[in-house]
Design a protein around this ligand. Sequence first.
Ligand SMILES: Nc1nc2c(ncn2[C@@H]2O[C@H](COP(=O)(O)OP(=O)(O)O)[C@@H](O)[C@H]2O)c(=O)[nH]1
Ligand SMILES: [Mg+2]
Length: 201
Amino acid sequence: MTIRSATFAISAHTFAQCPESELPEFAFIGRSNVGKSSLLNRIAGKGPLAKVSATPGHTKMINFYTINGEWSLVDLPGYGFAQKDLADRERFQQLILDYLGGRENLVSVFVLIDSRHPPQKLDLEFTRWLLMEDVPFVLVFTKTDKPSASEVKKNVQLFTDTFAELGISPPRMFLTSSETGAGRIELLKFIQDELAALEEE
Ligand SMILES: Nc1nc2c(ncn2[C@@H]2O[C@H](COP(=O)(O)OP(=O)(O)O)[C@@H](O)[C@H]2O)c(=O)[nH]1
Ligand SMILES: [Mg+2]
């Protein structure tokens, strides 16, 4: 798939502020600092769209981007960042749950996982929640340029094992790096296939 245009559309602080849209949507979620904004920029490939932050917990709203005028990428707030203000943290969590549970044009969620670490409790809890709620998702391992190939393989395998223990077949998995661009073509192919499947419905 060729990216002809990628533009920032709008930011939403509440679910009610999310714009009504007919465009199929793909949402990025994961722990703060996992590399959501970097990967979004890499996939769009049109220069910096989303702000990449040195300090975790920066994105406190939902940002919508329109690609080729045909579909949307959505940067959700990171989960697991210990906001000092509890009310603030609950507001983000509610925003995420409202969006994932209620967004009608949501096609698939990209759950970003840091490939340097074995499965983290929060990531597992979150994927379990998605399974329970029947929200379609894939796992996207980030920063694969950092650890050794065998370390990445081990951490991916640990995830696969976890799903096997739950008695469910593992979701699609992608290995990516915003540094090298690894995985970009595979993710775009996935998006293209999903869009094609929608057309056939
Ligand atoms: N080496 C490496 N660093 C990355 C990669 N993706 C993101 N980072 C760095 O990780 C930090 C957090 O990235 P960001 O995209 O803001 O994460 P977000 O909080 O999930 O949106 C930044 O310092 C990025 O430069 C990657 O693929 N490889
Ligand atoms: Mg971000």
